[in-house]
Each structure stands twice: as structure tokens, then as C-alpha cells.
Unconditional design. Structure first.
Length: 296
């Protein structure tokens, strides 16, 4: 059987890069390759000859004209229209585990609107409602590692800490590859890791591996929202974005609304072991001047 020709939006991002490595000559689409996700004509030209699109484009904070509405909603509508023009057969969309309407979070609501557009498109589709994803180049292990190297304290979100189920990026990509083939047609499924634990446990595992002492302190959600806003204003990659604070305040373990489960053979099975953490750790040191927007 001939392998499908794949286009990947957000193809230079964390997930997109890992996915692109699994295919020979995928069409990689991003702002870095000169194509905006809401440019229908440019997308249709890029999709020409492709059988399926992996729609991975997304943001976790708004900067200038890169808003949730533009990237998540209008961008998805443009991907759908471009796919139809180019004769693409299927779209596999990467969404968020707890994306839903009317919840007061522009991030969650825009991701839900994108899901609904895909489901109503008339095209074949798979929507992956994924939880917290980790691997080399991520935010979870990267930011935890650098925070532990910077400070002896780590603030968890909320006075009553919720749980997360981290997903190794390689296992998420396994699911995406299956969906880009002939599996999970017209399904919306949750993708969560095999292990459910509190974020403080993740932090302690990272600190132990680094052989650094760490104190874990619970912080009220409003304080972390304030920190999120401050770091969005001041850092190239925020220490924590407001959307991420909302995610952690709710917990990142179960999909809402309820979705289908993955078939047993596709469910992530790897635990957050020392080897998994070590493979995702960045080479850099603590946070510093170069992480600030004013550093140029």
C-alpha cells in the first residue's frame, strides 16, 4: 500500500516536528515556512497532492495578531476550506483534553470551536483531545527543569492540587500516525498518559534527577494567574501562561465533554520514569536575562 502524502500545520512546533520525523518528505507548514494558518489560498497550494492533513497549529498565549480566534478558529476554518479545494480526504486535529464551550477560557473555547468546525466539515476526521505532552522541546519537563535550576521553591496551582496524566510525545505521535492512516475515522478520542499523578510529584522526580533540593508550596490560583500575565508580558516563552494556569487548576487527567477512549493497542503505556525525564531534559541552565523579551 502506498503511504499517504501528509501535510502538517504547525509543522515546526513541538508536536509537528516530532510528527514530521515519522514521514518521508511531509509538507511542513508554519509561519516559519512563510504560510499563515488562516491563508486559504496558500494552504490549498501547499495541500495539493496530499491525502491527509495533520492540523497541529496552535498557541497557548496571544501575541499581537496571533490571537486564539485567528489561529484556532479562523485558522481551522481556513484549513477545512483549503483541504476541500485541494481534494484532501481527511484532517487529523490535535485539540486539548478539556476544550469545551462556555467555560470562560478563550483558549478552551477556541479549541472547542475548532473541533466543532472539523466535525461539521463533511470531511473524514479524527480529533485527538490530548492532555499534557512531554518530550524534548516541551514545556513540562523543560520549564520544570529550568525552574528547579533557578529557585529552591516551586509553586503548584491551587491550594488543592489537581492531577495530570503526562503523555510522552512519541506515544502521542504513534496515535497520530495511526489516525493519519486508516484508524479512528470520524472519532473524537482522549489521549492521556498511563500514569496519573500530581504536578508536585513530577517536580520532585525532576529535582531528584538533578540532585537539587526543592520545596513545594501551594499557591492560590489568582496568584498564578497574575504570574502568568506577568511572564506573558515579559518572557519570550512564558514561565507559565494564563491558559496553562487554567489547565492545571482544573487538572489534566480526564476529557470533557466525555469522549471515546482509544483502542487498547493505541493507549499510551509508558510511565514517567527517570529515563523518560532525562530524555526530555533541556541542555540549558536556569532562567536568566536571555529569556526576557527586552533582551532582544
Amino acid at each position: 500500500m502506498t503511504a499517504p502524502r501528509i501535510a502538517i500545520t504547525g509543522g515546526t512546533g513541538f508536536i509537528g516536528r516530532h510528527l514530521a520525523e515519522r514521514f518521508e518528505n511531509p509538507v511542513v507548514i508554519s509561519r516559519r515556512t512563510g504560510i499563515e494558518v488562516d491563508n486559504v489560498s496558500a494552504l490549498a497550494a501547499a495541500f495539493a497532492g496530499c491525502d491527509v492533513v495533520a492540523h497541529c497549529a496552535g498557541i497557548n498565549r496571544e501575541i499581537g495578531d496571533q490571537t486564539y480566534d485567528r489561529v484556532h478558529v479562523r485558522g481551522t476554518l481556513a484549513v477545512i476550506e483549503a483541504a476541500k479545494r485541494a481534494g484532501v480526504k481527511k484532517i487529523v486535529m490535535l485539540s486539548f483534553l478539556r476544550a469545551r464551550p462556555d467555560c470562560g477560557s478563550p483558549y478552551h473555547e477556541s479549541k472547542w470551536a475548532a473541533e466543532e468546525a472539523i466535525r461539521a466539515s463533511g470531511l473524514d476526521y479524527t480529533i485527538l483531545k490530548a492532555g499534557m505532552i512531554y518530550g524534548l522541546g516541551d514545556h513540562l519537563i523543560d520549564h520544570t527543569t529550568r525552574t528547579v535550576k533557578t529557585l529552591p521553591l516551586f509553586a503548584t496551582v491551587g491550594l488543592h492540587e489537581r492531577t495530570v496524566r503526562p503523555v510522552p510525545v512519541e506515544e502521542l505521535v504513534d496515535v497520530m500516525v495511526a489516525a493519519l492512516g486508516d484508524r479512528l475515522e470520524r472519532k473524537t478520542v482522549e489521549v492521556v498518559g498511563a500514569e496519573e499523578l500530581k504536578l508536585s510529584k513530577v517536580v520532585r522526580r525532576v529535582a531528584d534527577l538533578l540532585e537539587r533540593p526543592i520545596g513545594i508550596v501551594p499557591a492560590p490560583v489568582w496568584a498564578l494567574y497574575a504570574l502568568g500575565q506577568l511572564t506573558e508580558w515579559t518572557m519570550k516563552v512564558p514561565l507559565v501562561a494564563k491558559a496553562q494556569v487554567r489547565m492545571l487548576a482544573e487538572g489534566v487527567s480526564h476529557a470533557v465533554p466525555g469522549t471515546e477512549l482509544l483502542p487498547e493497542d493505541l493507549r499510551p503505556k509508558k510511565l514517567l520514569t527517570k529515563a523518560q525525564i532525562r530524555a526530555a531534559m533541556p541542555d540549558g541552565g536556569p532562567f536568566g536575562w536571555n529569556d526576557l523579551l527586552i533582551s532582544g
